[in-house]
Design a protein around this ligand. Structure first.
Ligand code: SF4
Ligand code: SF4
Length: 162
């Protein structure tokens, strides 16, 4: 994955994608979930996340209590010690990582706590979720992070001819 190239491209398309998502928010098609889910499957069939890991390099998942318990157990730490070592509270009062890239990301882009990773990591980039109309703002923001979301957006724009 050529991330510098992706960054240039997504910045170039930022304004028009923002306008596209605004239009979708105002007038979501009835089959929005269907369109997103089929396009998600098509794009991820040809996406190699291990050659990318831009999500893990640049953003933090939210860690809910059950995520903290699972990850701290895997690292043989008490939840309190895990929080102190790795997490901070953000503006929305959620626990997030103190730093980016994620400290659990290995140099080969594998996650060192893969089986115990937070739910938000499992579900990222959320483009196969039900009720996509509820997260269109977030999906626009993810066009700036995730090459797959940018591609999904491009494909959906073509399908909807807007
Ligand atoms: S989910 Fe998106 S940002 Fe994360 S590794 Fe895959 S393509 Fe890259
Ligand atoms: S916990 Fe693993 S999957 Fe989640 S951001 Fe860190 S390296 Fe990526």
């Amino acid at each position: 994955m050529d991330l510098p190239d992706f960054n240039k491209k997504t910045q170039r398309l930022k304004k028009e994608n923002q306008n596209f998502f605004r239009r979708l928010i105002n007038r979501p098609p009835k089959n929005l979930d269907e369109i997103f889910h089929s396009t998600h499957d098509e794009v991820f069939e040809n996406t190699d996340c291990l050659s990318c890991a831009n999500c893990c390099k640049t953003t933090s998942p939210i860690f809910y209590q059950r995520d903290i318990e699972r990850a701290s157990k895997a690292l043989k730490l008490k939840p309190g010690a895990f929080i102190e070592k790795y997490l901070r509270v953000d503006e929305e009062q959620d626990f997030v990582l103190q730093q980016a890239p994620c400290p659990f990301l290995n140099t080969d882009n594998y996650c060192s706590i893969y089986n115990e990773r937070p739910n938000a990591c499992r579900e990222y980039p959320h483009t196969n979720r039900k009720k996509m109309y509820q997260i269109l703002d977030l999906t626009f923001k993810n066009t700036l992070v995730c090459p797959a979301v940018l591609k999904i957006t491009e494909e959906i724009r073509k399908k909807l001819e807007v």
